[in-house]
Each structure stands twice: as structure tokens, then as C-alpha cells.
Design a protein around this ligand. Structure first.
Ligand SMILES: Cc1cc2nc3c(=O)[nH]c(=O)nc-3n(C[C@H](O)[C@H](O)[C@H](O)COP(=O)(O)OP(=O)(O)OC[C@H]3O[C@@H](n4cnc5c(N)ncnc54)[C@H](O)[C@@H]3O)c2cc1C
Length: 390
């Protein structure tokens, strides 16, 4: 972390050699292979799909899962550092890896049959097959438990009807983890494959945020699948929620990466840019902004470092993840905006990353549980009273 800084509290000293090496590998990959093409993809609203097998080869898909499940078997802190570096590049890149690892490989690894694991996990881990996760619906975002997508058993087959929206990687996915409710109101997960009769994934257009990421609808019109397409080892809302906990963990790290990139950009700029008699970094008003930024980044780093070690010890709770996701999204959102401010007019151009991060963070702040929902999760954790209907 030190050379990839800032590391004001010497958190690097708490990381193993292996974790540091993994972070450096991720950093170098993003700088060499992704940064030269990000602006072009951002403008075109596309994702560089050719990077998927490279991410796989480096072990960046589901990195903390065991190797037999397509992962790399690294610590959760190392996994967090990978996502930190991917999101230092762009939230679209981190989202791509998060969905694949936390929202597709994780549920297949945790709840899938042996056949499902054998069919999908090696290819998903290698990045040669792509997955997506369909939970959100047009009328059910923050309360996914209300979902209207149904799965009804007719003889030997499940018939799935409904639609999902805002699905990252939907149109490019070979397999979709789709959550649906049966006749008894029980939520079940299904693995739907590209090209199945009645299943389509039209691309969503018109995003001004997270543009270097594919976002799609999923439409299920009488999709008929056998029992073997259902995740056999989970039922109920805890299935999708457990996946979200994994993804939110990664987002908490990723947001520090985005904030760090904004801060570094603003710091360098402020030391170079002269107005009146000296660099703008020499003025107290700029220093107040930089001091606030480094303090908030350090708080964010400490949160995710501790969260990662708790996860490695098997002690992490979803409420702790909610705190880190909530706090680090808000931190990065503010830092991106302040960094843009320090860059003046140049800050609104593609020549500098903060405005791209700033636009991206609006999505990250909202997806995987909005800021308000995480506030309510924390509220319930500390008072014992839920302020929302479950
Ligand atoms: C780019 C992008 C990618 C996404 N990728 C995926 C994906 O891959 N898979 C997937 O399933 N979903 C995905 N999502 C969807 C995302 O998870 C939802 O947008 C999110 O859960 C919020 O739902 P909503 O947009 O319907 O907002 P709503 O739930 O309608 O919320 C609107 C506002 O009301 C607030 N609100 C809601 N309930 C309460 C309450 N009880 N008290 C106070 N305030 C409340 C919210 O905090 C928010 O500010 C993605 C979204 C985006 C933008």
C-alpha cells in the first residue's frame, strides 16, 4: 500500500508479503492493460471483454474462493486489495469482477449441486464464461423480498416468468443466477443459460454513470427448466442476501481504491498548478481539503483492513459489512467531488479521472443496498428495532 499510497497509518506493515505482491500485480495489470483504454470504453459505454480471460488467469475472479471452486484461495484481505486496484482503475472493472466472483461463483460454490459446480466454476474462474446475478426488478429494488418473478413447478419442470432490471453483465452472460418465488412464496435460485427458450437479456442504454459496464434487463417468458437448473442447497431471501454480503465486502475495498486515485490526482495537480504567487497546494483552503481527504481515506482503509481480517477469521457479520459499504461509498463520493473541485476546469475533462469516478460512485452508492438501507441495517443492529418491513 505504501508505494501505491497514501498509507498514512502504515497499514502496509499489517499486510503479508503475499498480499502486497498480489496488490502490486493487480495494480500493474490495471495500469498497463486497462487505463490506456478506459476513456474510449467509457465514451462508447462498453466493457473491454477481452480482459475477462486475463482477469481469470491472474486469479482475480472469485479470488478468495478455493482453487477447486475456480478461485485462487487467497486471503480475503488479498481479495480486497485486488478489488481496490481494479476500482482505482474504474468501478466498471471492479463491478465486472465482483459480479463474477461474489454474485455468481459464490452462490454456485455455496449452494450448487456437484454437476453445477463442475459445469460452471472452472470456466467462470478462468473468465472464459461470464455470469450475472438477477435480483432487482422494476418494482422491487430495496425490498427484493417482494419480487414478482415466479417459478412454478409443472410436472418435472420449473416454469419461470418475470423480469429483472439493472443487471450487470446481463447481455454478455453465459449464465444468469436468477431469483424467483414459488407457489408457496419461497425464494429459489436458478441457473439460466444464454439462449434458453423464453430467456433474453436486452441491453439498457442511457447511463451517465458506470458507463464502462454492461447493464441489462433479464426477461423470463415461460422459461422451462429441469430441477437440475435450481440451486438445491438454499431457499429463502437469505440466499441472495448472503451473496450481497460478499459483494458489499468487495465494494468497501473498491471504494477506497477509487478515492485514492482521486486524492492522488488532486494532490499532484495542486502541487503543479500555480495561481497567484504559488502552487494551489500552498494555500490553506486547499490544504484543508487535502487534510480532510487523507483522514477519511485512512479511516476507510482501517475499516476494510479490520473487516478483511474478521472475514478471514470467519467472524465478519453482515452488519459490519453494511457499515463499511455505507461509510466508504459516502467517503469516496465526497472525495471524488472535492478532487474534481481542486482540478478546476480541467477536472471536468476526460484527462483526469475524478469526474469519471464521481459519476461511477453514484451507481455504487445506490447498488448493493443504498446508503439509506445500510443506515437502517445499522439502526436495527444497534436498537434491535427494524425501521423497515422485512
Ligand atoms: C449500474 C447498476 C448496476 C446494478 N447491478 C445490479 C445487478 O447486477 N443485479 C441486481 O440484482 N441489481 C443490480 N442493480 C440494482 C440495485 O441493486 C438497485 O438499484 C438498488 O437495490 C436500489 O433499488 P432501486 O433503484 O429500485 O431504488 P428504490 O428501492 O426504489 O429506492 C429509491 C430511494 O428510496 C430509498 N428508500 C427505499 N426504501 C426506503 C426505506 N424503507 N426508508 C428510507 N428510504 C428508502 C432508497 O434508499 C433510495 O434512495 C444495479 C444498479 C445499478 C445502478
Amino acid at each position: 500500500m505504501k508505494e501505491l499510497g497514501p498509507d498514512f497509518y502504515n497499514i502496509t506493515d499489517l499486510l503479508s508479503e503475499e498480499e502486497l505482491l498480489i496488490q502490486k500485480t493487480a495494480h500493474d495489470f490495471v495500469q498497463a492493460e486497462f487505463m490506456p483504454i478506459i476513456n474510449e470504453h467509457y465514451e462508447k459505454a462498453t466493457f473491454p471483454m477481452e480482459l475477462a480471460p486475463k482477469l481469470g488467469k491472474l486469479g482475480f475472479m472469485g479470488s478468495a474462493l478455493p482453487e477447486k471452486s475456480g478461485g485462487a484461495g487467497v486471503s480475503n484481505v488479498a481479495y480486497g486489495l485486488i478489488l481496490h486496484e481494479l476500482e482505482r482503475g474504474d468501478s466498471g472493472l471492479r463491478s465486472f469482477a465482483s459480479v463474477q466472483g461474489a454474485l455468481v461463483m459464490y452462490p454456485i460454490h455455496s449452494y450448487g449441486s456437484d454437476e453445477q459446480k463442475a459445469k460452471w466454476l472452472p470456466a467462470l474462474g478462468a473468465g472464459t464464461k461470464i455470469g450475472c446475478f438477477g435480483l432487482t426488478e422494476p418494482n422491487f429494488g430495496s425490498n427484493p423480498g417482494g419480487m414478482a418473478t415466479t417459478c412454478n413447478k409443472e410436472g418435472d419442470v420449473w416454469v419461470i416468468n418475470g423480469s429483472k432490471i439493472w443487471i450487470t453483465n446481463g447481455s454478455v452472460a453465459d449464465v444468469a443466477v436468477v431469483w424467483a418465488k414459488d407457489n408457496n412464496g419461497v425464494i429459489r435460485g436458478f441457473l439460466l443459460e444464454k439462449g434458453m427458450d423464453g430467456f433474453s437479456a436486452p441491453l439498457q442504454h442511457g447511463k451517465w454513470s458506470l458507463r464502462a459496464s454492461v447493464t441489462s434487463e433479464l426477461v423470463m417468458d415461460n422459461v422451462r427448466v429441469p430441477d437440475s437448473a435450481m440451486l438445491p442447497n438454499i431457499e429463502g431471501l437469505k440466499g441472495p442476501l448472503s451473496c450481497l454480503t460478499q459483494a458489499r465486502y468487495g465494494i468497501s475495498w473498491g471504494m477506497v481504491g477509487a478515492a485514492v486515485d482521486c486524492y492522488n490526482t488532486a494532490l499532484e495537480y495542486s502541487k503543479d498548478r500555480k495561481q497567484f504567487s504559488k502552487p494551489i497546494a500552498g494555500y490553506q483552503l486547499t490544504q484543508a481539503k487535502l487534510a480532510e481527504m487523507i483522514t477519511r481515506i485512512t479511516e476507510g482503509q482501517l475499516l476494510v483492513y479490520r473487516l478483511g481480517r474478521l472475514k478471514d477469521e470467519g467472524k465478519m457479520t453482515f452488519q459490519q459489512v453494511a457499515m463499511a459499504k455505507r461509510k466508504n461509498c459516502a467517503m469516496a463520493r465526497d472525495i471524488a467531488r472535492t478532487s474534481r473541485e481542486i482540478l478546476g476546469a480541467n477536472g471536468i475533462t476526460e484527462d483526469y479521472s475524478p469526474i469519471r469516478h464521481m459519476a461511477n460512485i453514484e451507481s455504487v452508492y445506490t447498488y448493493e443496498g443504498t446508503h439509506e438501507m445500510h443506515t437502517l441495517i445499522l439502526g436495527e443492529a444497534i436498537t434491535g428495532m427494524a425501521a423497515f418491513d422485512s
